[in-house]
Design a protein around this ligand. Structure first.
Ligand code: COA
Length: 255
């Protein structure tokens, strides 16, 4: 069986690929743990100059694994998912995301911690936390309005409907839209361009660009995590996840 996260180091670029197609690249605690370890190692490895995060050209990720949400809900900050989010938020080198197809939940919120988001014209960005009885995570309540503006952020976070690639480009969530079959090659080409630049200068530029927000990002992430863990145990989330797995519509009429 191939590993659920593929890690490839080539020409100064570390490419991490979500590799769980049968479950639409849903992310498990094991996968967050692997991602976290790769990021930690890459942060201190001079041979890695740029990071690329990707799924396939037709599928980024369907977000957190719903079965795990039901059976082993993460209970706070000392969990693989938050280790991953913190290590991505603090990743010192340029990070590129290549998004083809759906990017659900954390699939979209993790993009707010990447420096460049390239997407296929098939990309669909969604943060359906309200529809799942949950709350924003990964500092998205802070970073999404800053990135796309308060109006688009409210629409995305409260209606939870997928945003198409062209709209994501228009609001500034994506940097460029490409035909899906060109997406992964384009992301690699951009990564190699960055890898050829003076690394210390890129690292310093990224650090300065993020400095004013860094403390707030971590504080908001922790605050959201507390609410998220509480909401995960609530009746609306349980109904939403059970309905998804049973392939029926959730019934929130009494909640
Ligand atoms: N967690 C666990 N399993 C998931 C999953 C997730 N996040 N997303 C998809 N799957 C599973 C389905 O249960 C299904 O499993 P099965 O073949 O055993 O029945 C399989 O992956 C295929 O999913 P399906 O929904 O049939 O594919 P689709 O092409 O119709 O839709 C998506 C793809 C990504 C749009 C849809 O799966 C989706 O919306 N997933 C998001 C789930 C979610 O709420 N994520 C949490 C966000 S916080």
């Amino acid at each position: 069986m191939s590993p659920p996260i593929l890690a490839l180091r080539e020409a100064g670029v570390l490419t991490l690929t979500f590799n769980r197609a049968d479950k639409k690249n849903a992310l498990t605690q094991e996968m967050y743990g692997l991602l976290h370890r790769e990021l930690q190692q890459a942060a201190g490895d001079d041979a890695v100059r740029v990071l690329v995060l990707q799924g396939g050209q037709d599928l980024f990720t369907s977000g957190n694994d719903v079965t795990e949400f039901l059976q082993r809900p993460p209970g706070g900050l000392d969990t693989p998912v938050f280790d991953f989010l913190r290590s991505l938020a603090d990743f010192p080198k340029p990070a590129i995301a290549a998004v083809g197809g759906p990017a659900v939940g954390i699939g979209t919120t993790m993009l707010l911690h990447c420096d460049f988001v390239y997407c296929g014209d098939n990309a669909l960005f969604s943060v359906p936390f309200v529809n799942l009885g949950l709350a924003p995570e990964a500092a998205s309540s802070l970073l999404l309005p800053l990135r796309v503006g308060p109006a688009a952020a409210a629409e995305m976070l409260m209606f939870g409907e997928p945003m198409a690639a062209d709209d994501a480009l228009a609001v500034g969530l994506a940097h460029r839209v490409l035909p899906p079959q060109q997406l992964l090659d384009y992301a690699q080409a951009q990564a190699r361009k960055l890898a050829a630049k003076p690394s210390a200068s890129l690292v310093l530029t990224k650090q300065l660009l993020r400095k004013a927000q860094r403390e707030a990002v971590h504080a908001v992430m922790a605050d959201e995590a507390w609410h998220f863990a509480r909401m995960l145990q609530g009746p609306a989330a349980k109904e939403a996840f059970s309905a998804f797995l049973a392939k029926r519509k959730p019934d929130f009429s009494k909640l």
